[in-house]
Design a protein. Sequence first.
Lengths: 256, 436
Amino acid sequence: MSYEGENKIQSTGVQVYYGETRALHGIDLNIGANEVTSLIGPSGCGKSTFLRCINRMNDVIEGCRVEGSVFIDGDDIYADHMDVVELRARVGMVFQKPNPFPKSIYDNVAYGPRIHGLAPTKEALDHMVETSLRRAGLWQEVHDRLGDTGSGLSGGQQQRLCIARAIAVNPDVVLMDEPCSALDPIATAVIEELIEELKSEYTIVIVTHSMQQASRVSQKTAYFHLGNVVEFGDTSQIFSNPKNTQTEAYISGRIG
Amino acid sequence: MTDTITSMSVSAALKSPESAARLKARYRAEMRFRFYGRAAIGIAAGILIFLLSSIVYNSIPAFTQNFVGLDIELAQDKIDPNFSNDTEIIASADWQGLIKASLRREFPEVNARADKRELYDLVSSGGGDWVRDFVLDNPQSIGSVVRISVPTSDDIDLLIKGLIDRTLPESDRLVSNKELVWLDHYTAQGRVHTQFAWTLFTSGDSREPEMAGLSGAFIGSLLTILVTLAVSFPIGVMAAIYLEELAPKNRITSIIEVNINNLAAVPSIVFGLLGLAVFISFFQLPRSAPLVGGLVLSLMTLPTIIIATRASLASIPPSIREAALGIGASRLQVIFHHVLPLAMPGILTGTIIGLAQAAGETAPLLMIGMMAFIVDTPTDITSKATVLPAQIYMWANNPERAFLPKTSAAIVVLLLFLLTVNATAIYFRKKFEKRW
Ligand SMILES: Nc1ncnc2c1ncn2[C@@H]1O[C@H](COP(=O)(O)OP(=O)(O)O)[C@@H](O)[C@H]1O
Ligand SMILES: [Mg+2]
């Protein structure tokens, strides 16, 4: 078990190539347990690419190659014996655009526990679905229509459904790639509150384009620029007193 | 300042006479284009309607059949001389002889051999079957004289339907003057009547148009298509899943890809030759059998199914795959739990298109002996059979005039068969369709 602030994820010299082009130039980053780390930076600087290294989602991209290593709880996730399926059960992911399965709300949440054999009985599964939906703050809104299809919900509800789906398998880490970029301000506020609550149980890494969001939800912030981490530190320090001039320029809106 | 000048010149330009002319020209071009489009659709629809209505119109006579009621003496000694009551003995009696006897009794004045033969030609040479069926259903009637309806011969049938003009001189007409007199004798007594032609659907092929039916070809087509479906659907879908989802993208897979696309363009008769060489000569499978026909058509249908399946797998949004991968589904789970169910409507559409093509195919089946005169309705996939399109071709080539409407009727049945197949496809597609 890890306690707050202890290194949960360590990346050392992570380089990612898409074919011949190098998108990440050696990322060294230590991400603490049970806190929220936000990755910020201009578009195309490699935030998503780095995030996808943590659950090896880059594996499925044709022509993508990862060098260097990423450790989670000291295990090298790029080691030969590491099983990606188990890894992705430990490291959940929430995507930019809400992407519920075209199935019922219940089946969306129950899918993970089902394929990983986490719920031996129907009651256990019902219970897991309810807890996950409660944690994602969606239970009140959907408990009487669990059989309805997930795509019938509003955008914000869909994204919370996706969060419920991700946490239903009880991962250690939750990765979020711009989870609010498709949502209105009210739905965004709900998700931010949710992130605040979830951090006690999960290590969260979030990519965001909103400075306010980064400063509201995260304890640590990494500023990415052209495939490098230019500055990494406490969120309060990065936003109030950036050491790097590029960081400062970005935060003050001079790089977009 | 510059802004106002430009905008003024634009609005000035719009007011100029050249602009008005341009506007008119644009409207005219749009009108013309709309007209061309409508004309194209009109021509296409017109040709289709003409074709369909002419086929349906020509087929109408084939759906009815004329019968004449003959007084037949069901003499015990002719049917079951030993009172055995054995259906087999009864069934093998000389029924046609009883019909001839009845005709002779009706017209005792006919004596010359040639005249008698003409007289016998009034009714179908298969008419005995009707008498037999009547007696087998009513065994107590043996020993009495009963009026039984038997089908008229094909020419008499055409005459009654008005397709042979009785006002023509005798030499130009398929029915002789004597036959006209005999027929009128029955008609005057109200013994000629028209019925729905069940024969068309219940019996197999025959040399006699009035006895020929589609049941053999229909069942043959059905069995062939079932074999095609059973072989090509699983193989095609599996191949497509492998190529689209699992295969590494390298030279070999791209060569395979190109060749599958080429295969779809190979003339179908080539598949027939291949089937003859491989399935019949090498594997010694039976000739003319739906099994071999289905295998040959599978070769043809496979590329269609593979291409359609791949296209429909590729059209599933990547977000669904990411979502499933993201919670730790394996590649196979992603495919079988998420991608395949969503792709199913498209896969089914492709499969049905392939099957519909196969159902209308004759050339490859010609090579493996399925274009053959086969009387018996096939009972399984290894018995000899023919298929609907082949039956249409064979009937169309028959010299008897009565096969003309039969051919059209067979086309109507084939079209209905294809329509049913398509309707089933649409039903399944709707059933599987989901929103996301
Ligand atoms: N699937 C891909 N194939 C090729 N290049 C990619 C792919 N995904 C991202 N890239 C490239 O990698 C760089 C980083 O992209 P990304 O990680 O998506 O940036 P960010 O999320 O910070 O906007 C960009 O230059 C982008 O063009
Ligand atoms: Mg991104």
